[in-house]
Every structure is written in structure tokens, then in C-alpha cells.
Design a protein around this ligand. Structure first.
Ligand code: AMP
Length: 193
């Protein structure tokens, strides 16, 4: 299956993507993790996107579409993938639809993790505390504010794009991790059969 995990920063997409990977084997394709790895490795791509990530702005569509296309063609994505943090704009979603259609595949479900802003801020503050001072460069309350603004302006409109395709299933992302996992598993099992 091909699943899009959708929601604002801190909604739990990464956590749930990893659980889905463990349970079903579909790899987690996180553009954020790929970009952070490029920054860490100091590649040309990393140098290009470092400042953008630190500010919480969006990397250009052609860059992320390129890295997703390359990653999706790896053999471990043959039975599907979990898209985490991609797509984030309408052109990205259209490019993803085209890429999958070219391979005779499609998005099976878009799982929206719904969490309110106050809880997101609390979670990022907790993530900073838990990291013991080595938090992600963009995990601070100020950058989170920008990441949320970018989310509502550029990414949230994608929900309508996918609603029109009848693909959105909304899950209460403020429930416990186990409860969210169970809700997702129920949807995935129903779609699989
Ligand atoms: P994430 O780990 O998903 O929160 O992503 C971290 C950062 O990487 C974002 O704030 C953006 O700067 C960048 N990024 C990740 N995915 C995308 C995407 N699909 N489109 C544009 N920028 C992205």
C-alpha cells in the first residue's frame, strides 16, 4: 500500500510511520529525514537546503520531488511506502500522483493526524527537553511558529485535494500513541482487504 501521513509538525507522523514500517514492512519515506541527512553529510544538496530547514521554510518542490522519485524506485518500495512529510504542496501532490500512475500505482489512503496548536507546541518543547540539548535545528518555539504558518498556508489546502479524491481518513492525533496506532491499523486493515 501507498500511504500518506498528513498533519502539522509534531502531529506524530514520524512515530506512526515507524510503527507502520515495523508492522507491515513498507518503508518510511520522510523527506525531512532525507534532507537532514544531506545537511549532516555536507552534500551539495545539504548546503543548498541547510538555511531553509533552519528557518522552517519549504525546500523547492523540484528538489523534494526529485529525491522522492529516486527513493521510490528502490526495490524496497515495490509493495508500497509510507510518505511522511511529503507531499506538502499541491504541485508536490500532483507530481506524486503522476509518479505513481506512471508505475500503475496510486495513493491508497491519506491519514490525517489532527492535533491542535497548543498541543503541538507542548510536544516540541518536550522533544527539546528529551533531546538533552541536541534538538533538531528547527525544533524551537520560534521556528515552530513559522513551520505552523507554512503548514496552514501551503500544506493544509492539500486536504481538499485529497478529499476530492475520497482518500482522507482523519484520526485524533491527540490520543495516546497506542490509540492512534490502533485507529490507523483499523483503517489500513480495511483498505488492505
Ligand atoms: P519534517 O521533518 O517533515 O518536519 O521536515 C523538516 C523540514 O524539511 C521542513 O520544515 C522543510 O524545511 C523541509 N521539508 C521536508 N519535507 C518537505 C517537503 N515535502 N517540501 C518542502 N520542504 C520539506
Amino acid at each position: 500500500m501507498n500511504i500518506v501521513l498528513f498533519g502539522p509538525p509534531g502531529a506524530g507522523k514520524g512515530t506512526q510511520a515507524k510503527i507502520l514500517t515495523q508492522t507491515y514492512g513498507w518503508p518510511q519515506l520522510s523527506t525531512g529525514e532525507m534532507l537532514r541527512a544531506a545537511v549532516k553529510a555536507g552534500t551539495d544538496l545539504g548546503k543548498k537546503v541547510d538555511a531553509i530547514l533552519a528557518k522552517g521554510d519549504l525546500v523547492p518542490d523540484d528538489v523534494v520531488i526529485g529525491i522522492i522519485g529516486e527513493r521510490y524506485d528502490q526495490p524496497d518500495c515495490r509493495s508500497g511506502a509510507i510518505f511522511d512529510g511529503f507531499p506538502r504542496t499541491i504541485p508536490q501532490a500532483q507530481a506524486l500522483d503522476t509518479m505513481l500512475a506512471d508505475r500503475k500505482r496510486r495513493i491508497d489512503v491519506v491519514l490525517e493526524l489532527k492535533v491542535n496548536d497548543a498541543v503541538l507546541l507542548q510536544r516540541v518543547e518536550q522533544r527539546i527537553k528529551d533531546s538533552g540539548g541536541v534538538a533538531r535545528a528547527d525544533d524551537n518555539p520560534e521556528t515552530l511558529k513559522n513551520r505552523l504558518e507554512v503548514y496552514y498556508k501551503n500544506t493544509a489546502p492539500l486536504l481538499d485535494y485529497y478529499r476530492k479524491q475520497g482518500k482522507v481518513v482523519t484520526v485524533d492525533g491527540m490520543a495516546s500513541i497506542g490509540t492512534v496506532t490502533a485507529a490507523i491499523a483499523k483503517t489500513v486493515e480495511a483498505k488492505k482487504s
